[in-house]
Design a protein. Structure first.
Length: 103
């Protein structure tokens, strides 16, 4: 399998494919990659997508639907599955904290 090998220390998944590899090998390239976890897809040397196994996808969607504990879901996966939905701006928060500290 012709995959990119990227260092996990810089935040990239070591399990990755290029679009060119997918064009050459098709679904077989993705299936091979999924045996090792999620597959990051690169297009023109930039991360373009991530392919998950069905079980990983089910865990993420279960977490997003409000379940608090999903077996096998890491804390990072849980956080990524829950988008921020606050209504306050950073400036407002900073002003409120400054006022609270001034007492």
């Amino acid at each position: 399998m012709n995959t990119l090998t990227l260092s996990p220390s810089n935040g990239n998944l070591a399990n990755s494919l290029t679009v060119a590899e997918i064009k050459r090998r098709g679904m077989a390239a993705i299936e091979d990659g999924l045996r090792h976890g999620p597959v990051r897809i690169f297009k023109r040397n930039r991360a373009a997508a991530v392919v998950l196994s069905e079980s990983d996808y089910q865990r993420l969607t279960a977490a997003a639907s409000g379940q608090t504990a999903v077996p096998g879901l890491s804390a990072m996966q849980w956080l990524l599955a829950h988008p921020a939905h606050g209504q306050r701006h950073k400036g407002d928060i900073d002003r409120q904290l400054a006022a609270e500290r001034a007492w």
